[in-house]
Design a protein around this ligand. Structure first.
Ligand code: DAH
Length: 342
């Protein structure tokens, strides 16, 4: 009985597997369960071994193994056949038609602020400056006190600051890196720090988030003449050799004496236009000789060392270089605006 049933199972199963079509190849898994599963036909028949006459057992055992092997082989042949076909179909679908015309390439453009930062870094590094970074979430101490702007001092009114708590704020000036670097480094050194700054200001030339580039040089014999010549070279490299530069006396708590620096308008070359409001000149940065108090607070001997510092508005520089009339364009990420920067 068992032998006949095994023979029958083998013949029928091999046929059933043979008939499975490529489109219904999932049926193979079902057939497998039907034969080899916990309650599968071959599993059930194998359990019948215990009732077989002991003399017959080797023969029946060999037959069970033969049936199992034949069915397994048939499964694997069929599966391989389907796999090969699947692979062929995939290769066929992924074929690239190299004669098809190209869709063209879309080129992006560097954002005007990144572009100015890159240019400034390039110019300053060639002059021997190292590039540093500082935190945008800064302490009151580094942003103000170490820059000779004590708590509750009226000079704080110059910068409408975003405070996070009494001692933590969003830095309102990259000057905050000055004391950090002075505490860390041994003079002489030359550093620049480009980065984001924040103030509660918003109109066509002010944005609550904006960018500055701070410069600081500490050495034994630096003077206002060094500062002026360095800035003149920097401006000419940035705006062109024919740019004229004007230095005006000014006030900053961290420099003494202090100056502000204007450049001739590159759009009208000093004749007067909308961008420079008819004046022919554009105000660009503050600078000066580092106040000895600032040096002393950071642990630098002000009898031995002197320094000069400068702070550029990078948004303004980007606007001047690209004749952009409103600072908000820099932050809208309007693709039509950015397209024009190519
Ligand atoms: N921190 C100043 C500001 O945001 C700019 C500035 C002026 C930076 C003079 C300097 C400096 O380093 O010497 O208005």
């Amino acid at each position: 009985m068992l032998i006949e049933e095994l023979d029958k199972l083998k013949i029928e199963t091999l046929k059933e597997i043979e008939y499975v079509q490529y489109d219904s190849r999932k049926d193979l898994a079902e057939i497998k369960v039907k034969i080899f599963g916990k309650n599968g036909a071959l599993t059930v028949l194998s359990k019948g071994m215990k009732d077989v006459d002991p003399q017959e057992r080797p023969r029946v055992g060999a037959l069970i193994n033969d049936v199992r092997k034949s069915i397994e082989e048939k499964f694997s042949d069929k599966e391989n056949e389907f796999k090969a076909r699947e692979l062929n179909e995939k290769l066929e679908n992924e074929k690239v038609d190299i004669t098809e015309p190209s869709k063209g390439q879309k080129k992006g453009a560097i954002h005007p602020i990144s572009d100015v930062i890159d240019k400034m870094i390039d110019i300053c590094v060639k002059m021997g400056f190292s590039v540093v970074e500082g935190p945008e979430v800064e302490s009151d101490y580094y942003n103000f006190e170490a820059m000779n702007i004590p708590k509750n001092h009226p000079s704080r009114d110059m910068q409408d600051t975003f405070f996070i708590n009494e001692n933590i704020l969003l830095r309102s000036q990259t000057s905050a890196v000055q004391a950090r670097e002075m505490e860390m480094r041994k003079p002489p050194f030359k550093i620049i720090c480009p980065g984001k700054t924040y103030r509660n200001d918003s109109d066509s030339t002010h944005s609550p988030i904006f960018h500055q580039l701070e410069g600081l040089v500490i050495d034994e014999n630096v003077s206002m003449a060094d500062l002026k010549s360095m800035l003149t070279i920097l401006m000419k490299r940035l705006f062109g050799e024919d740019t004229s530069i004007r230095f005006r006396p000014s006030f900053f708590p961290f420099t003494e004496p202090s100056i502000e620096v204007d450049v001739s308008c590159p759009t009208c070359h000093g004749k007067g236009c909308g961008l420079c409001k008819g004046t022919g000149m554009l105000e660009l940065l503050g600078a000066g000789i580092v106040n000895p108090k600032v040096l002393e607070m950071a642990g630098i001997d002000s009898k031995k060392y002197r320094g000069f510092a400068f702070g550029f508005g990078l948004d303004r520089t980007a606007m001047i270089l690209n004749s952009i009339g409103n600072i908000k364009y820099l932050y809208k990420n309007d693709i039509r605006f950015l397209e024009q920067m190519k």
